[in-house]
Design a protein around this ligand. Structure first.
Ligand code: GLU
Length: 305
């Protein structure tokens, strides 16, 4: 941890002063109210040591980072059958694109673009009795953290403005790849995106992807080793929309971003690191988050490559 701690402090100070050319997401009106100067980092190592700097204990909207959690729960239920409904290929397209769905007959390219995550939410609706409450319980169990919750204002704000997601869900339904009611699927999807966490909480909740022996407080295993390996693989190839190649190239870790400005990155067998800075680059990924992680893995030689 000592090495990580020093590097994090040094890179944080360095990146804090870099001119941020990004913009806060405002297509979900409620997200625009965030203070754009927030900047926090938290790392949790496989032996559960934690270190954070800056705004690492402030809650923020994790948005698409939640797609790892919905995928994980759906994968637990369906195992390999899940891949009949959603593919595992990078899309090379923006996160909310409709473009490929027609040619692909309503099968989204991967679970981390909106189309894929909406299908994953549909899968979960078919398994869960009380989807919102059950999903929240699942997240609370993995993180051993009962304070986790949705931000109702953010969810309702997106419900009023999420026209592209409405279009995606209806379009996929026309191919038969949405089994439940469109409104219920979208309501659940918007709530999962509205989950709020701090960097510290994010770096803790994803430890199950770094540690093959991870067991929850209730004694449950989250994923098999093989499943965890595959989730990491999809994060590496698809976690950053049409900038997934760039993230692998510059940072070299499996990861996932969200339009709230959060990024989570995993070093299997070593650590989980979370960064939050709300201003996004043109591809929708946190500008300072990517820069921080690039410098961090370079200085610690902790890329997986
Ligand atoms: N709720 C957001 C949307 O569907 C998530 C996007 C993201 O974080 O990538 O547009």
């Amino acid at each position: 941890m000592k090495n990580y701690k020093e590097v994090i402090e040094c890179v944080y100070a360095d990146v804090k002063n870099v001119t941020d050319t990004g913009k806060v997401a405002d297509y979900i009106p409620e997200l625009a109210f965030v203070d754009p100067t927030n900047f926090g980092i938290s790392i949790t190592t496989i032996d559960k040591q934690n270190f954070g700097v800056g705004d690492f204990e402030k809650k923020f909207s994790i948005q698409s980072v939640s797609k790892i959690l919905t995928l994980t729960l759906a994968y637990k239920f369906e195992d390999a059958k899940l891949w009949d409904r959603v593919d595992v290929e990078p899309s090379g397209n923006p996160f909310n694109s409709l473009l490929q769905l027609e040619a692909d007959f309503g099968k989204p390219r991967n679970p981390f673009i909106n189309a894929g995550a909406i299908v994953i939410c549909d899968v979960l609706l078919s398994h869960l009795k009380n989807p919102k409450a059950d999903f929240l319980d699942f997240c609370r169990e993995i993180s051993n953290n009962t304070s986790l919750n949705y931000n109702v204002k953010v969810a309702e704000s997106e419900k009023k403005s999420g026209f592209r997601n409405v279009a995606l869900c209806n379009f996929i339904k026309s191919f038969g790849n949405i089994k439940n009611d469109v409104e219920e699927v979208l309501d659940f999807y918007f709530y999962t995106c509205s989950l709020e966490m701090t960097c510290k909480e994010l770096s803790e909740i994803f430890l199950f992807l770094t540690d093959d022996n991870f067991i929850t407080i209730k004694g449950n295993r989250i994923l098999t080793m093989s499943q965890a390996k595959r989730v990491n693989a999809i994060m590496l190839t698809c976690g950053f929309y049409d900038e997934s190649g760039e993230f692998a190239f510059r940072v070299g870790l499996p990861g996932k971003s969200g339009v709230g400005g959060g990024i989570v990155a995993i070093h299997p067998d070593q650590f989980c690191i979370a960064v939050w800075s709300p201003k996004l680059n043109k591809k929708g990924n946190s500008f300072k988050g990517m820069l921080f992680l690039e410098k961090f893995t370079t200085k610690t030689a902790s890329s997986i490559f």
